[in-house]
Design a protein around this ligand. Structure first.
Ligand code: SAM
Length: 237
């Protein structure tokens, strides 16, 4: 997979993408990361312009962005991290992990001239309901979540299957996990996990995942229940 990032602050990259398993994947060439400095496309030393109609702040100018974006392939997946976008999700990360090239345009200031989002095939995607200073932090999170799913990045790919949100289309949160020692500060690892009975362990994990999801994420839980009911009624038909 090829990843291209356009930013006013190339020094932010690779940042967390340069360390641990994700950094090793970069070194091994499981994905490539090309970072382009938007300042190198400045026109008369400027990358920004004031918004028409007034209002505070500045916008990244259409002409500057156009010069940076026009050589890039239309066939890539174009992403503009933005608080106005659809919420990023594990499902999106799974979709993007199958793509050949992802292009991230990192906004700054008040954002970008809207005509750039009309001219190029961008999807606006949000990291959450809050406003960051720039798109770089959002792009890093979106890239990490997508690259993590590429074959060979995580040592044991079965660990990905039990992750929170891994199951589609009705994901659950992951069950609690324990490691040795089996007794720590008078707290025991649940005995079922030491039983060696894999069927019972799987059942316990499922029950825990359901209970946690129900308690913490009623939105996900309702989706899960609705999905279970619809598959049950389909199997009865
Ligand atoms: N004026 C914009 C608005 O209210 O929608 C916010 C601009 S923000 C200060 C600057 C840039 O940070 C945005 O253009 C976007 O690229 C990025 N950004 C901020 N919050 C984000 C979020 N929640 N998700 C993804 N990107 C975000």
């Amino acid at each position: 997979m090829k990843i291209t990032v356009l930013t006013l602050f190339p020094e932010i990259f690779p940042g967390p993408l340069g360390v641990s398993l994700i950094g090793k994947a970069l070194q091994k060439g499981l994905y490539t990361l090309q970072v382009q400095d938007l300042k190198s496309f400045a026109i008369q030393g400027r990358v920004d312009a004031p918004p028409c109609g007034g209002g505070g702040g500045m916008l990244l100018s259409a002409e500057v962005l156009d010069a940076a974006l026009s050589p890039l392939p239309q066939s890539a997946t174009w992403i503009y991290p933005s608080p106005r976008g659809k919420a990023f999700s594990q499902e999106k990360a799974q979709e993007w992990s199958q793509k050949e090239q992802l292009i991230f345009l990192c906004g700054r200031y008040e954002g970008v001239d809207a005509r750039i989002l009309e001219k190029y095939p961008f999807s606006e995607v949000s990291l959450g309901d809050y406003v960051l200073m720039g798109g770089e932090g959002a792009a890093l999170a979106m890239i990490e979540a997508s690259v993590r799913l590429l074959p060979g990045v995580v040592g044991d790919p079965t660990s990905l299957l039990e992750d929170s949100f891994a199951e589609t289309p009705a994901p659950l949160l992951e069950h609690p996990q324990y490691a040795s020692p089996v007794c720590w500060e008078e707290r025991d690892v649940p005995s079922i996990l030491l039983s060696g009975n894999h069927g019972a362990i799987d059942q316990w994990k499922r029950k825990q995942a359901c209970a946690l999801t129900r308690r913490r994420r009623p939105d996900l839980w309702n989706r899960y229940v609705a999905h279970r009911l619809s598959t049950l009624s389909e199997s009865e038909d």
